[in-house]
Ligand binder design. Structure first.
Ligand SMILES: C[S@@+](CC[C@H](N)C(=O)[O-])C[C@H]1O[C@@H](n2cnc3c(N)ncnc32)[C@H](O)[C@@H]1O
Length: 246
């Protein structure tokens, strides 16, 4: 079984694949200035839940870029079922290779996938090319809640920064940090628990599968990592960035 198959199994019962909620996605949409006719480009769009929420709440049109076939199929099915096929396009592509052909968007977002470009700062740099003058970037990113994480975990999460460092990267790239929509411990529990549930459900449904040991190993390591380290040391938030006026 490939790594992506394990991700698909873990996400099978989820719509949002981040420690956040429908209400917080709506709040982020407000902070991004979304309104009827706003054009949004979302990288690593997953099952397109944020785009569907913003289309229903604010009347946006959007392009979602997603590399995983399973996620694209689910996203397109959802978009069609909600009557939004004329508003939201799902493109199967690697975000780092996707070209907007000079198109500019009112908001460019990436929720939980800055690894596409190698980190938070590189993500601002890459996404700003597709942003219209005066538009907003929305980036969902994890950060260190505390500076006392054990060195072994710091090494494991080597592309995670403190919020102070994220602020400096934001300024260096010519943006100001305008808003924060922060995940609560409950959001984290719902996100992690959603993934455990997907894996446990698969184990219940596949009692004799040849790859069972791999799925059990994935479940156990995810649970141990979260309860030993992640819950105490990691935060997550959606940062809304405005082009600097200072
Ligand atoms: C943590 S999930 C977040 C999904 C979605 N943004 C959400 O909030 O529900 C990250 C997503 O990025 C996608 N992804 C990973 N690498 C990518 C790449 N190079 N280009 C585009 N999408 C990618 C994954 O398949 C996954 O769906």
């Amino acid at each position: 079984m490939e790594f992506l198959d394990l991700i698909n199994i873990a996400g099978q019962a989820m719509e949002l694949e981040n420690p956040t909620s429908v209400a917080k996605i709506v709040t982020a949409g407000k902070y991004l200035g979304l309104r009827e006719g706003s054009r949004v480009l979302d990288f690593g769009c997953g099952f397109a839940e944020p785009l569907v929420i913003w289309a229903e709440e604010f009347g946006i049109t959007a392009v979602g870029v997603e590399v995983r076939e399973y996620a694209c199929t689910r996203a397109r099915r959802k978009v069609a079922a909600r009557g939004l096929a004329d508003r939201i396009d799902i493109i199967r592509a690697a975000g780092e290779e996707y070209s907007t052909d000079g198109q500019q968007f009112d908001a460019v977002t990436c929720l939980g996938a800055t690894f596409i470009w190698g980190g938070y700062q590189q993500t601002i740099h890459a996404m700003s090319r597709a942003l219209r003058t005066g538009g907003r970037l929305g980036i969902g990113e994890q950060y260190w809640l505390s500076s006392s994480a054990p060195p072994i975990y710091v090494q494991h999460e080597s592309s995670t920064y403190s919020e102070e460092e994220l602020l400096q990267f934001t300024r260096t790239e010519g943006f100001d940090l305008e808003r924060i929509v922060r995940a609560s411990h409950e959001d984290w529990d719902a996100y992690e628990g959603g993934r455990w549930h997907g894996l446990i459900r698969w184990l219940e449904e596949n009692p004799h599968h040849a790859d069972r040991a791999q799925v059990i190993e994935r479940l156990r390591s995810m649970q141990e990592e979260y309860l030993r380290y992640g819950r105490e040391y990691l935060g997550w938030a959606i940062y809304v960035l405005a082009p600097s006026v200072i």
